[in-house]
Design a binder for this molecule. Structure first.
Ligand code: IPE
Ligand code: IPE
Ligand code: MG
Ligand code: MG
Ligand code: MG
Length: 295
């Protein structure tokens, strides 16, 4: 495992194994598989593997954390696309879950993926202390103080104006929190994690998480539906508050670039205790991928 493509293939297999579990009603399984397998950039899983490689974590532990976070992410997308939320018909170049199946099935598939994430952590090779730390991190990042809280702020802010600090806070919650959980969750899988590495990785994640959503907002305007695999112009049509709408496109791009540079600088602070240069270089490749992506 030495490059991002290897890890991308690996997470696909790991997720497929978890979704092959016995005793899931077949329609529910099909809906869970539909939104979890065979698509997506896997940025969060890659962050788990890269941060864990940097800190020397065992691969079977990283598999569990990467799979758990991709399950939470897939659930969040299914629910985000529902008619009561963003009401989008296209995701990863295919009909959204509720279009392919139906609304009730989509809601249930999201619910089941969310609980599956915690099942995966609880039954993993993590030791008890790590499993507890990762569960707490994931629960807080995905829940009311993180992603779900951010989605609420997003919905309440529709057709309103936010200040830049308010918008940044919304982005940190709805997208940044899970990205932070991926980086720190991967790092926590190591036997030991130095304070220096923990804090540097936290700064990297904070900058990258915000950059990720700023780029998502830019792509909603600049990219095509074909490239994105999800409808372009969806934010504007829905009256969403976004960075381009607040700052303009040019300034939003400069801001994304600045966040990228800050993320890269944070990697320089990781130190040289036992951290692996391969892991650090994977983290830097991911940051570049996040800001140069076209979908
Ligand atoms: C989309 O996330 C939702 C946001 C947080 C902006 P991704 O762009 O990572 O979605 P996939 O997994 O690659 O489809
Ligand atoms: C969604 O943000 C973030 C989630 C928690 C799913 P968006 O609504 O901007 O994501 P896309 O553009 O639909 O992927
Ligand atoms: Mg949304
Ligand atoms: Mg959306
Ligand atoms: Mg978006």
């Amino acid at each position: 495992m030495s490059n991002l493509a290897d890890f991308q293939a690996r997470i696909e297999t790991v997720l497929a194994e978890h979704l092959a579990k016995a005793d899931i009603p077949e329609r529910l399984r099909a809906a869970m598989q539909y939104s979890t397998l065979g698509g997506g950039k896997r940025i969060r899983a890659l962050l788990v593997y890269a941060a864990g490689t940097a800190t020397g974590a065992a691969m079977n532990r990283l598999d569990a954390v990467a799979a758990a976070i991709e399950c939470v992410h897939a659930y969040s997308l299914i629910h985000d696309d529902l008619p009561a939320m963003d009401d989008d018909d296209l995701r990863r170049g295919r009909p959204t879950n509720h279009i392919q199946f139906d609304e009730a099935t989509a809601i249930l598939a999201g619910d089941a993926l969310q609980t599956l994430a915690f099942e995966i952590v609880a039954e993993s090779a993590l030791n008890d202390h790590q499993a507890r730390q990762v569960s707490l991190l994931l629960a807080r990042s995905a829940g009311a103080t993180g992603m779900v809280g951010g989605q609420m702020i997003d919905i309440l802010a529709t057709e309103k104006q936010l200040s830049q600090p308010e918008l940044e806070n919304m982005h940190r919650c709805k997208t940044g929190a899970l990205i932070n959980a991926a980086v720190i969750g991967g790092a926590l899988c190591a036997e030991t994690l130095s304070d220096e590495a923990h804090s540097a990785l936290g700064k990297y994640a904070a900058n990258l998480g915000l950059a990720f959503q700023v780029v998502d907002d830019i792509l909603d305007i600049e990219s095509t539906t074909e490239q994105l695999g999800k409808p372009n112009g969806s934010d504007t049509a829905a009256g969403k508050v976004t960075f381009p709408q607040l700052l303009g496109l040019a300034e939003s791009k400069q801001f994304a670039q600045k966040l990228y540079q800050d993320a890269m600088e944070s990697l320089g602070l990781i130190g040289d205790n036992n951290e692996s240069p391969l892991g650090v270089s994977l983290l830097s490749d991911i940051a570049e991928r996040v800001v140069t992506r076209t979908h």
